[in-house]
Design a protein around this ligand. Structure first.
Ligand SMILES: Cc1ncc(C[n+]2csc(CCOP(=O)(O)OP(=O)(O)O)c2C)c(N)n1
Length: 899
């Protein structure tokens, strides 16, 4: 052992160097003669002594700023280095050309289109080693790896697909021009990975930082779930994620690290591209992000591989017998490393190697040019390969490769290591020539200045190599597939008869759901495909019975005797458990839901996830994850339970949801519903399952569920289709209706009661309608209106809402949500429309007090109806004032949204 290579010998404060040397020599001798096992044993013994409070020793949290894999343990590089380097250079060029062209008016682009060069420039080698040696495609006999690509490196992925012959030059020329491409019969390329926009290409959306990292963990976990439950063999498949060091600051990136380790996800490998910069500047200017992440990941239980320096540093380390390099690195912060990246060899000689005579001596044999070209680990194909290979060999825990790179690598003066490099998207002629020279691209000056895409001839060695490598790895990636066998949905009556013919039985819609879920889980074909997901709220929703019935998934089963072992509701964990109990992490639960909801595509096996949660903690809390779920064409049910601002009662401001349906309405492929009755819910569930599992449409459902126990009516005959459309007539008019009342969710009952009051107290007859989905109504009406506008000469079409509510009868709509939700249909109706809703902050109180406060109770519905009729001239103007007095309504109370 070379006992001085760690640099520790030079720690300051050594009061007795002689003694220190003796201890070190003794340890070196043990290692030499008794081997590493004995050396470790002795260290453990000493560590136990050192932990005595008097000593107060703590183990260091990190390792020196050097590669984790020593040169001696580096496997031989299995590829043709020269060809792979040429390929990487070509990818770099085409990626750069694509972005610069998109921003040039003379190339048909526009400066407003944007794009990034510097990120991929830093990540190209990390990607290329993956593509040439590790990332395996799906084949007939192998499910394939899952790869998450750093979003603003997308141009590099397109550049590769161009060489592979999957995208042509016209597609590259239409990067970020998805609309105008059509006019040129070209394929437009989306800015970032978006399965919605490129459904045969991208699998996972990563454009919003943090979503890729958390999703990759839960995808890896879900593969284990499929395996353990015997649904599908996923062994041997790996989830790879290439992410940014700045991106690690996102809470989503960090929040599931311990879960990944706890679950022993050795099918998960992250590569964090530590180019030390984010958008505005250094990630940790005054610290070292690699060291910080090392401590964090290893503390969370990950295997950490530091990939800091390239091969040409190996010789320097070998000659550095006194640890001068490590000492210098330990004293250098990232902000300074960035400056070193931006400056030339001469500067680095003076300012890095020049700081100490030992370092200066090390650099003596190097020219300035050689110093300039000293590679960081993440730019060295051999070292990257070694790191990935070790990651793949790691068993029992996930691995992160912390790869140090230079942002804007190879962009020279124009961008390497510059503060502004992230947004650099224009390069002038001379910079392009310099880039061409730097990467020895076979392009003439004019070709370089004209940003010509470069593709070697089909029979060029690079092309043959690239194709051979991909063939060996199963084909091209990224590639998204959507072929999977449909799953037959059982007849509604088999699992929801109790709801359809409820006949006044008391229950909440949440209870009805739990009962339906129990029934569905027992269905022979469908049952096994169901994935119930909760974020520590199963008991809240009355689902504890499922714990025993189908079990809670655990990768290790149950190592303890549960306290409630004898109970029918016993907390049962099992390796083949079906419920995903995600603890208090809505982001985690949603990510699990996405993994299950995209299984039809990612694994070719359709699953049906039901994630049930406090409706307030969904679209509002993890809305961006839901947006990404929509992008990746998720299929499944999100159930916003304890829904409604006034229905949750005592929980108050932070819990009472009055807006999720409005947000859900903005997600194009989300169908959202606010059913009032169990029977309505059953019909929606049935329709949704058929749409997603049988017809295989890329939609998902958001349905609110209430916790108010109420008598459930049977669903009237023949209304099912209208329930799905979003509106049906609940009660036919008694007498000659003067007004239409619309109610939804929990407030429909107030509306029904209001209809009785109107008749009894004021002699007014009404029609009562159940509005199960204003957003579905508005969506169809919008389409109809648009068609009519664009086809002015054709016979106009009508929408369901337009037909149902045709005519002049005034309409009053009330819901447990903000007014914007019912008001979304108002523009498509001729009749006067007034809406009551729950705008404002929630409060803790009883349901009836809350409904009075928010003015959505039956008396306020009556008042709104009378007011509408008075305005229409149907009733005398004084009648509403009489109602205010009669019902004791507080006319001068401050509006609920102002207090
Ligand atoms: C949630 C979110 N916030 C902000 C951004 C904007 N953004 C895109 S890339 C970027 C910097 C990324 O830095 P890093 O992760 O270090 O990657 P690098 O480009 O340096 O490789 C930012 C802030 C985003 N895409 N998503």
């Amino acid at each position: 052992m070379k006992d001085d290579s760690s640099g520790l010998r030079f720690q300051t404060g050594d009061s007795d160097p002689q003694e220190t040397a003796e201890w070190r020599a003794a340890f070196a001798a043990v290692l030499e003669h008794a081997g590493p096992e004995r050396a470790r044993f002795l260290l453990d013994q000493l560590a136990a002594l050192a932990r005595h409070p008097r000593v107060g020793w703590e183990p260091p949290r990190g390792t020196p700023y050097a590669n984790s894999i020593p040169v001696e343990q580096q496997p031989p590089f299995p590829g043709d280095l020269a060809i792979e380097e040429r390929l990487a250079s070509i990818m770099r060029w085409n990626a750069l050309a694509m972005v610069v062209r998109a921003n040039q008016a003379e190339s048909g682009g526009s400066a407003e289109l944007g794009g990034h060069i510097a990120s991929y420039a830093s990540a190209a080698d990390l990607f290329e080693v993956g593509f040439n040696h590790f990332f395996r495609a799906r084949t007939a006999s192998f499910g394939g790896d899952l790869v998450f690509y750093q979003p603003h490196s997308a141009p590099g992925v397109y550049a590769r697909a161009f060489l592979e012959g999957r995208l042509d030059a016209s597609a590259l020329a239409h990067y970020r021009q998805e609309l105008s491409a059509k006019a040129h019969r070209a394929q437009g390329l989306s800015s970032y990975p978006h399965p919605w926009l490129m459904p045969d290409f991208w699998q996972f959306p990563t454009g919003s930082m943090g979503i890729g990292p958390i999703s990759s963990i839960y995808q890896a976990r879900f593969m284990r779930y499929l395996q353990h439950r015997g649904v599908q063999a996923t062994e041997g498949r790996t989830v790879w994620g290439v992410f940014g060091d700045g991106e690690m600051d996102e809470p989503e990136s960090m929040s599931a690290l311990t879960l990944a380790a706890r679950e022993g996800l050795d099918n998960l490998i992250w590569v964090v591209n530590c180019n030390l910069q984010r958008l505005d500047g250094p990630v940790r200017g005054n610290g070292r992000i690699v060291d910080e992440l090392e401590a964090l990941f290893s503390g969370a239980g990950w295997h950490v591989i530091k990939l800091v320096w390239g091969s040409d540093w190996d010789g320097l380390f070998a000659r550095d017998t006194h640890g001068a390099l490590l000492r210098a690195f330990a004293a250098t912060v990232d902000g300074q490393f960035q400056t070193f990246a931006a400056k030339d060899g001469r500067y680095n000689r003076e300012h890095f190697f020049g700081q100490d005579p030992e370092l200066a001596a090390l650099a003596q044999g190097l020219t300035d040019e050689q110093i300039d070209r000293l590679k960081r680990g993440g730019h060295d194909l051999v070292k990257i390969h070694a790191a990935y290979a070790e990651a793949l060999r790691t068993r029992g825990r996930p691995t992160v490769v912390l790869a140090q790179t230079k942002k804007g690598y190879g962009m020279g003066e124009a961008g390497q290591g510059r503060m502004t490099t992230h947004q650099q998207k224009k390069l002038a002629g001379e910079d392009l020539i310099a880039f061409r020279n730097r990467f020895q691209l076979p392009l003439g000056d004019e070709q370089a200045k004209n940003l010509e895409f470069f593709k070697p001839a089909d029979d060029a060695p690079e092309m043959r190599y690239l194709h051979a490598r991909r063939a060996a790895l199963g084909g091209f990636i990224p590639a998204r597939r959507s072929d999977c066998a449909p799953v037959a949905v059982p007849e509604l009556a088999r699992w929801a008869e109790f709801a359809l013919r409820a006949d006044g039985k008391e229950m909440s819609t949440t209870m009805a759901f739990v009962r339906m879920l129990g029934g569905l889980l027992k269905q022979p074909e469908l049952g096994a495909r169901i994935v119930p997901i909760v974020a520590d709220e199963a008991r809240t929703f009355g689902m504890a019975n499922l714990f025993k019935q189908v079990g809670i998934y655990s990768n290790v089963g149950q190592k303890y005797e549960p306290e409630d072992i004898g109970s029918v509701l016993s907390y049962r964990e099992a390796t083949d458990g079906q419920i995903l109990e995600e603890g208090i992490s809505e982001a985690g639960a949603l990510s699990s839901w996405v993994a299950a909801a995209t299984s039809y595509s990612v694994h070719g096996t359709a699953m049906l996830p039901f994630y049930i949660y406090y409706s307030m903690f969904g679209f509002q809390r993890v809305g961006d994850l839901i947006w990404a779920a929509a992008d990746q064409r998720s299929r499944g049910f999100l159930l916003g339970a304890t829904a409604g601002r006034t229905t949750l009662g005592g929980e108050g401001l932070q819990h009472q949801d009055g807006a999720s349906l409005v947000i859900a309405a903005t997600v194009p492929n989300c169908r959202s519903y606010d059913p009032a009755f169990a029977g309505e819910f059953a019909v929606i569930l049935d329709h949704g399952m058929r749409e997603m599992l049988e017809q295989q449409r890329d939609v998902f459902y958001y349905v609110t569920l209430g916790n108010e126990n109420q008598a459930q009516p049977s669903l009237p005959e023949g209304v099912a289709a209208d329930v799905v459309r979003g509106l049906y007539r609940y009660a036919p008019a008694r007498g000659d209706a003067q007004l239409r009342l619309l109610g939804s969710g929990a407030i429909l009952r107030e509306v029904i009661a209001a209809a009785d009051l109107l008749r009894a107290d004021w002699g007014v007859d009404t029609e009562v309608w159940s509005a199960t989905s204003y957003s579905e109504l508005a969506r169809e009406a919008r389409a109809v209106e648009r068609w009519n506008r664009l086809h002015p000469d054709a016979a106009p079409r009508t929408s369901h809402v337009g037909r149902s509510l045709a005519g002049p009868l005034p309409i009053v709509a009330a819901s447990d949500y903000v007014r914007a939700w019912p008001l979304s249909i108002a523009p498509y109706l001729a009749a006067p429309f007034s809406a009551l809703g729950t705008d404002g902050f929630g409060r803790s109180d009883t349901r009836s007090a809350l409904r009075r406060f928010f003015e959505v109770d039956r008396q306020h519905v009556v008042l709104a109806a009378l007011h509408a009729l008075a305005r229409a001239g149907t009733l005398a103007r004084r009648v509403p004032a009489e109602a205010i007095v009669r019902y004791g309504l507080a006319a001068d109370a401050v509006a609920p949204w102002e207090t």
